[in-house]
Design a protein around this ligand. Structure first.
Ligand code: ADP
Ligand code: MG
Length: 414
């Protein structure tokens, strides 16, 4: 699939316009509305969601826009300019999860049709079929959750056109998150935790979402770096290594095995790291995986606390930088999910003066985040331009990121 090359997000008006135009061009009539959902970047708390730990995502300005209209039958017709010019045709009565008697929808359509399938399975059906046109500016496959963006845009669109009434409350949104996650896990076959969909569905503008993955409770905490003269830079390394999926599954399996040996349900329950290290003697790899998870949970809690104590300045900024740096080093050394490109980008950002830089997302490519004073944005970009490509052969994409709103539940003007 062609990736969107430019890093800037389009405005909500332009995104909605593009989706609507595409819909009319493809289906020959007006959509009922355009709904949108953002990609996300995780500030800290990596590879802990499936261990019951905390994470701290913010919603990106990059969003997936979905123009949609319900149909009188059970057909689902989909189009995205990033896949092919042709319309994909599906049928809600014939799709189902991997390993079952029904058909698994092909590649990208699984993320959309899967949401309708999951809502019906969870008792919110029967649903009508629909026509939908997807126009997204979330970079695809870059670890910024383009997949959750399209699942969540679908969830709120179906919620509204079918009158399910879920998106209006936090409790209802949690059910939509479940459906979006089920689409990804069971229909698209990607065994990810709930971080991405929760961030896209429940983030608030100007806030990061302190998400506790034990019970998926979430608290928005003010995320205003600008008042301290700081920026969060997202650097897409444009690297994507094919081992990512298999390695992700192996890390999850390692964590489950370590939890079993330690006699806990999830690694979040480990309260004494030293004792856990002793108990895992002879299981060197599992001990390192556990050390990452337990220390990352502590770092994330400390970072969230720090954000609540006031502006990131002085000593607090130094502590924040250390937490971000340690997070990366732990992911690289103990969890072994980094790669050369991520390490080069992190080193370049740090060398150019960032107050902490770390890989973000699943790893083996994708993005890093760097915290830095506003006046260093250009120098860091220049430093990267001079060093990253020369060392990796890839051209990075860089954008400054502030915290945006999660799903748009109201119909965009069409
Ligand atoms: P990420 O979520 O980090 O971007 P994933 O591998 O989880 O990466 O999801 C990427 C997949 O989501 C793509 O391969 C494609 O199937 C689907 N996808 C995302 N955005 C679009 C889009 N604009 N058009 C079609 N499919 C998309
Ligand atoms: Mg994804």
């Amino acid at each position: 699939m062609a990736r969107i090359i430019r890093a800037e997000a389009v405005s909500p008006e332009e995104g909605a316009f593009n989706a609507r135009e595409l819909f009319i061009q493809a289906f020959g009539y007006e959509p009922e509305g355009v709904w949108s959902a953002p990609g996300r970047v995780n500030v800290i708390g990596e590879h802990v969601d499936y261990n019951g730990g905390p994470c701290l995502p913010i919603a990106l300005p990059h969003r997936a826009y979905l123009a949609l209209a319900p149909r009188a039958d059970r057909a689902v017709r989909l189009i995205s300019p990033q896949t092919a010019d042709a319309i994909d045709d599906l049928d809600l009565d014939s799709i189902g999860p991997w390993g079952g008697p029904r058909q698994v929808p092909s590649h990208w359509t699984a993320y959309i049709a899967g949401v309708a399938w999951a809502l019906e399975r969870d008792g919110h059906g029967p649903l009508p079929g629909f026509d939908a046109a997807l126009w997204s500016c979330v970079p695809v496959g870059g670890g910024l959750s383009s997949s959750a963006a399209l699942e969540c845009a679908t969830a709120v669109a179906v919620d509204e056109v079918c009158g399910l009434g879920l998106a209006g409350s936090d409790e209802g949104r949690r059910l939509l998150v479940d459906a979006a996650r089920a689409a990804e896990n069971e229909i698209a076959g990607a065994n990810t935790g709930g971080l991405d969909q929760t961030a896209s569905m429940r983030c608030r503008a100007g806030h990061a979402l302190a998400l506790d993955c034990r019970d998926m409770s979430a608290e928005p905490i003010p995320f205003d770096l600008a008042s301290s003269g700081l920026e969060l830079l997202v650097i897409d390394t444009r690297a994507k290594h094919s081992l990512a999926d298999g390695q992700y599954g192996q890390r999850r399996a390692d964590c489950e095995e370590a939890a079993r040996l330690l006699g806990v349900g999830q690694l979040v329950e480990v309260s004494d790291l030293d004792a856990a290290m002793s108990a895992l003697e002879g299981h060197e790899r599992l001990a390192r995986r556990t050390r990452h998870v337990v220390s990352e949970i502590a770092r994330t809690r400390a970072f969230i606390e720090l954000m609540g104590e006031g502006p990131l300045e002085g000593e607090r900024l130094d502590v924040a930088a250390l937490l971000l740096d340690d997070s990366h080093d732990s992911l690289r050394d103990d969890y072994e999910v980094s790669c050369a490109e991520l390490d080069v980008a992190v080193a370049a950002a740090r060398a150019a003066g960032a107050h902490g830089a770390r890989m973000t997302g699943g790893g083996f490519g994708g993005c890093i985040v760097a915290l830095l004073p506003h006046h260093l944005v250009e120098p860091v970009k220049q430093h990267l331009a001079a060093n990253y490509q020369a060392r990796t052969g890839l051209k990075e994409e860089v954008f400054v990121c502030t915290a945006h709103e999660g799903v748009s539940v109201a119909k965009e003007a069409v």
